[in-house]
Design a protein around this ligand. Structure first.
Ligand code: AKG
Length: 509
């Protein structure tokens, strides 16, 4: 999923603007249909069996190292793989029209570029299916050339939010530690006072999507929204992925590092993108029932080699949190530079920068600070309970869940520390008290959901630490986290809370 830009916020695209001009091919690869690949492929993406991979191994080998991987064998029981696929392995379009036909969705016209993305139109799923069948169905007799050339691609369909009861799939264990979607289940990332409406719940409400496109549909080069991780599962069809590691991302940008290449197969101009020829790509053909893990900040371009339906989520957690903060700082500097010439005539220059940052990136500094504050509190609340002498958690301080919470807090602390000297946060984002939060049902739900996540991941007894809510009322945390209004307060509160916990548990430093 691409990140937001000068396009509707609910489509969450990337923001780049470039021009292309002819450039000779470097190398051709035969298995990519009509496209010739003028790019240098340095390797393939590793493939592993999800049934033989432990959570720890996934973390150590891919999540921590920020490396892509294709995982097999995790979709056997998915309802989507039965209901959405017809006998010949093609998308069951009729099923979509019948059951979800009225849903309004975003559809990209893959042949038309608009700013940094493909042109999008909104239509119903039924209309999308009708157009698909008209342009790509058996009978081509009355299809015009332009219709045949403009391949439509349904993207970013918030399917789970729209159909919560129809369980199309279950998120694989490896991708459970998802702070982004967990947070958005209970809180908004950004509330724009001018446009916010309580009723507009579907749009921007999560990053769990369905994609559907005929053979030839594609997604231009991009790095994902917020520089999150993503995972993408092929329910049917086949995708070709081209990946560029973050260490080489400058090679797909212009000299000013402002605009990146739109289509790596479309004669990229040497003059505009002088480094492009040097880029070494990783390639992957993802088959049906395979899931690809896309790490943070990896640029990628994706082509549907067959009629394809895929499910994908964007997500982040303690392992890639710093990527989000780094992106926000870069985008903030860009937003500021962009309006520098009106600083002197602006009543609230900083406020304007932050509003632009939220509009382009999907959140601003204060949104991110609120996010990390809530997660710090939630992790501390769970840790506090686990480290105390509770009957049902004897010996917990050395448990994998406790280690996980401590490692989360270490990442949160690091990010909070690096926020300390941030100019854009000098305006007080609002004082937060744990006492207040502990009366907020949404925060309590967030804590519960986080606790449940770690119980699932680490396979602990579902009955354990069910009483954390009772514990919270009497906890010293309420006193310790009584007033957080800056990143420094958050770090101090965290340090104080962990010190306190060490004093009555065997928590190691
Ligand atoms: O499948 C696609 O067309 C694009 C998916 C993508 O870019 C992603 O999941 O990050």
């Amino acid at each position: 999923m691409r990140s937001p830009g000068s396009i509707p916020a609910n489509s969450r695209r990337n923001h780049r603007q470039i021009k292309n001009s002819p450039y000779p091919l470097l190398r051709s690869v035969s298995d990519c249909g009509n496209r010739e690949m003028g790019i240098n492929i340095g390797g393939q993406i590793e493939r592993v069996s999800g049934k033989e991979l432990s959570y720890r191994e996934f973390v150590e080998r891919y999540m921590k190292k920020n490396e892509p991987v294709v995982i097999t064998g995790l979709m056997d029981d998915w309802r989507a793989c039965r209901d959405w696929v017809s006998e010949g392995g093609k998308p069951n379009l009729h099923f979509f029209s019948t059951h979800f036909g009225k849903s309004r969705v975003q559809v990209a016209d893959c042949g038309t570029r608009e700013f940094t993305d493909q042109k999008r139109v909104e239509m119903s799923v039924s209309q999308f299916v009708d157009q698909w069948l008209h342009c790509h169905g058996e009978d081509h007799a009355d299809v015009s050339t332009s219709e045949r050339n403009s391949i439509l691609y349904l993207k970013d369909w918030h399917f789970v939010k729209e159909y919560p009861v129809y369980t199309a799939y279950t998120t694989p264990l490896f991708f459970h530690d998802d702070w982004l979607n967990l947070y958005l289940d209970y809180h908004h990332m950004h509330k724009d006072p001018d446009t916010y409406q309580e009723t507009n719940e579907i749009c921007c409400s999560d990053y769990r999507f369905v994609y559907m496109g005929a053979k030839g549909s594609w997604t231009p080069l991009h790095a994902d929204v917020f520089r999150s991780y993503s995972w993408s599962a092929n329910v049917c069809g086949k995708k070709q992925w081209l990946f560029l590691p973050p260490s080489q991302h400058h090679l797909v940008f212009d000299r000013n590092m402002k605009n990146s290449v739109y289509d790596i197969f479309n004669d990229v101009s040497d003059k505009t993108f002088p480094g492009f020829k040097m880029a070494v790509w990783l390639e992957c053909t993802q088959e049906r029932n395979e899931i690809i893990f896309v790490p943070s900040g990896w640029y990628h371009q994706v082509h549907n080699l067959e009629d394809t339906i895929s499910i994908n989520h964007n997500w982040f957690n303690s392992y890639n949190l710093s990527w989000i903060w780094d992106l926000l700082q870069r985008d903030y500097n860009e937003a500021k530079d962009y309006i520098e010439d009106i600083r002197d005539i602006c009543d609230d220059f900083e406020g304007l920068c932050q509003r632009n940052l939220a509009a382009n990136t999907g959140m601003n500094f204060n949104d991110f600070f609120t996010f990390i504050t809530r997660f710090t509190f939630a992790n501390l609340v769970l840790l506090d309970y686990l480290c105390k002498d509770n009957e049902d958690v004897t010996g917990m301080p050395s448990s994998p869940i406790v280690s996980h919470l401590i490692s989360n807090l270490a990442s949160l602390r690091k990010v909070a520390l690096s926020m300390e000297s941030t100019e854009g946060l000098s305006d007080n984002p609002g004082i937060v008290h744990l006492a207040e939060m502990s009366n907020d049902p949404k925060f309590l739900e967030l804590c519960s959901a986080l606790g449940k996540t770690y119980k699932i991941i680490h396979g602990s007894d579902p009955q354990s630490y069910g009483a954390w809510r009772d514990n919270l009322g009497n906890s010293d945390l309420i006193k310790i986290l009584s007033k957080v209004c800056t990143p420094r307060d958050l770090v101090n509160g965290m340090d104080c809370a962990v010190k306190e916990l060490r004093s009555f548990s065997s928590l190691s430093s």
